[in-house]
Write a protein that binds this ligand. Structure first.
Ligand code: CMX
Length: 142
């Protein structure tokens, strides 16, 4: 049910500084920026120049609050890779299939992710130490 690697997420203390770093050293461009209050993040999706919107993005995630997932991750592990996100066509079906295989999903129901996508997560302890996000993109892409 995985159709693509949607993005790789990096926890950063300062979003603007991280955007500038990736632009200066790797030439990545900001394709999208938003605040997700429920997740407690300010985030940006970066892409290589000239690539279509369907290719794998780098997601920079900065905490809005110390007690958010990213705030806790930074406090414990420091800046760095925080998640791997697989694109799926139906997040509810994907979550149900993984639950049936004995993996713990973090949410009973999918939540809102970037650009009105619907997301759920596999607990990192059930996925080889990797926080795996499942992303069902919004039908209109926004
Ligand atoms: N990757 C790998 N391992 C992780 C991890 C991560 N991102 N976050 C936590 N862990 C590990 C911890 O190190 C800990 O391991 P040990 O027990 O060996 O020390 C274990 O998982 C449990 O961690 P915890 O401290 O008890 O749990 P937290 O309170 O830190 O919560 C998690 C962890 C995954 C449940 C939480 O980060 C979460 O709910 N994540 C999903 C939401 C999210 O990440 N939102 C931000 C992004 C928003 C977006 O993508 O749109």
């Amino acid at each position: 049910f995985v159709t693509a690697i949607d993005h790789v997420g990096i926890a950063v203390p300062d979003l603007d500084a991280a955007i500038a770093f990736h632009a200066e050293h790797f030439g990545l461009e900001v394709a999208h920026e938003e605040v997700n209050e429920e997740q407690g993040v300010r985030e940006a999706m970066l892409r290589a120049p000239g690539t279509a919107g369907t290719e794998t993005a780098i997601q920079l995630l900065a905490p809005l609050r110390d007690d958010s997932a990213i705030g806790k991750f930074l406090a414990k592990s420091g800046p760095g890779l925080q998640q791997l996100a697989y694109r799926v066509s139906d997040v509810d079906a994907a979550a149900a299939a993984l639950r049936a295989q004995g993996l713990r999903l973090l949410y009973d129901e999918a939540k809102r992710g970037t650009s009105n996508s619907r997301v759920n997560f596999v607990h990192p302890k059930d996925a080889g130490g990797v926080l795996v996000e499942l992303v069902e993109p919004a039908k209109d892409g926004h």
